[in-house]
Structures are given as structure tokens and as C-alpha cells.
Write a protein that binds this ligand. Structure first.
Ligand code: 5RP
Length: 230
């Protein structure tokens, strides 16, 4: 099997496994990215078969997908607690530390994760790492503050790069109208300390380090599906 389709199969297997965590009547957080989208498609099939749930989406793309599949969408005015959210990740490090935001949706993803009773990651096994940081850390920034935040991040040892839109139209703009800086580094040795330092920079809206949020990760690969806990 070519590598790309093996990875795709693993993502599908992880998404399929995650369905067991959804119960009738749940408010379900809908993540973003290719693995979360597979989960949304599978959930849509269950809804067509009669499963009654409501979704809260972590991006406009996920909301559009869910609506197209007939998944009822709710929001925080009606439900402040999400029973379970299923989302992908770009890196999964020790103690379930995560880098997210490769798809550009980290702010809403973190809002959804913060409101969850259970935050569950679905991923193929290429996402498991011994140390975070090989994947550039996405940081969402208020547009006018970009030069200031860029300089502060360089002081912290990052090399930020403004993310570009895939269609070549210029800077990528988040769902909230902000800029994303993709920050390369030689590795994130202490994620908690790094998260605190980034958070202290005025102009940073949110960063892609998700720490102490996920209760488990469903990881799939050639050896099958397994669950990893912090
Ligand atoms: C989007 C994300 C995604 O969950 C992350 O990029 C993983 O995506 P994929 O499942 O396509 O590998 O954080 O902001």
C-alpha cells in the first residue's frame, strides 16, 4: 500500500474508533483537519441512522461539513459544556502535550477543548514524538502586533514565518481575522514554560500548545489502533 493511503487508512481507523466515545444526547465538539473531518463524516452517517447528538464546530469548515451531513449544530449560547470533543493534532508529545493549528484553526479548537468534559485526539502514528517542536508551532497574532510579536518570539529562540494562504492570495487569515506565525525552533524542551512565555506577549491571541487538555489519544498505524493516555 503506498504510504499516503496507509496514512489515510490509519486516520480513518482512528476516527472510526473514536465513535465509541459518543453517546446519544451528547453535545459533541467537532475538530478540524483531515482526521477530524473523517470523524465528522462517520458521525454524519450515525446521525442519518438515527443517533441524536448536537455538534459544536471548531472551525467554519467543520461546521459547513457537519451541516452538509445533517448534523445539528449548536453553540455556546445554548450549551456551555461539551460532553466530548474529537480532534486531530500535528504532534503528540509526552504527557499528552500537543501541537495543534497546522490547519489554522487553533483558537476555536482550544476554545472547544476548554469547554469539554472529554477531549480526545485522533491521529495516525506519525504524529507521536518524543519532544515537541519539529512541527513549527502556530501562533495566532493580532495583525497590527505582528512585528512586535515576531521580535519577542525571536528573543525566545523561535524563527517565525507568516503563514500564506494556499490559494496564493496573500497572508492566511484565521476565522477570527488574525495572522498566523509558524514558529520553527530547535525543539520545545519545556512546553509549560514556553507556553507561559508566549502567552505573556501582548498581541498574541493564542498559541498551538495544548497542554493538560487531552484525556487520551487514539493512535492508528500498521499495527492497528491503540489508545495513549497522559
Ligand atoms: C487544525 C489542526 C488539526 O487538527 C491538525 O493540523 C491535524 O490535522 P490532520 O488530521 O489533517 O493531520 O490542529 O488546526
Amino acid at each position: 500500500m503506498p504510504e499516503a493511503s496507509a496514512q489515510q487508512a490509519a486516520k480513518l481507523a482512528a476516527a472510526q474508533h473514536a465513535l465509541r466515545y459518543v453517546e446519544p444526547g451528547n453535545v459533541v465538539g467537532l475538530g478540524s483537519g483531515s482526521t477530524a473531518s473523517l470523524f465528522i463524516q462517520l458521525l454524519g452517517e450515525r446521525v442519518k441512522q438515527g443517533l441524536r447528538i448536537q455538534g459544536i464546530a471548531s472551525s467554519q469548515d467543520s461546521e459547513n461539513l457537519a451541516r452538509s451531513l445533517g448534523i445539528p449544530i449548536t453553540d455556546f449560547t445554548k450549551h456551555q459544556v461539551i460532553d466530548v470533543a474529537i480532534d486531530g493534532a500535528d504532534e503528540i508529545g509526552p504527557a499528552m502535550s500537543l501541537i495543534k493549528g497546522g490547519g489554522g484553526k487553533l483558537l476555536r479548537e482550544k476554545i472547544v477543548a476548554s469547554a469539554c468534559k472529554r477531549f480526545i485526539i485522533v491521529a495516525d502514528d506519525t504524529k507521536l514524538v518524543a519532544q515537541l517542536g519539529a512541527f513549527p508551532l502556530p501562533i495566532e497574532v493580532i495583525p497590527m502586533a505582528v512585528p512586535l510579536v515576531d521580535a519577542r518570539l525571536r528573543d525566545l529562540g523561535f524563527t517565525p514565518k507568516i503563514r500564506q494562504a494556499k490559494d496564493g492570495s496573500g497572508n492566511y487569515i484565521t476565522d477570527e481575522g488574525n495572522i498566523l506565525l509558524d514558529c520553527t525552533s530547535s525543539g520545545i524542551v519545556d512546553p509549560e514554560e514556553t507556553a507561559a512565555e508566549i502567552r505573556s506577549i501582548i498581541g498574541v491571541v493564542e498559541h498551538g500548545l495544548f497542554l493538560g487538555m487531552a484525556e487520551r489519544a487514539i493512535i492508528a498505524g500498521e499495527d492497528g489502533v491503540r489508545e495513549v493516555m497522559p
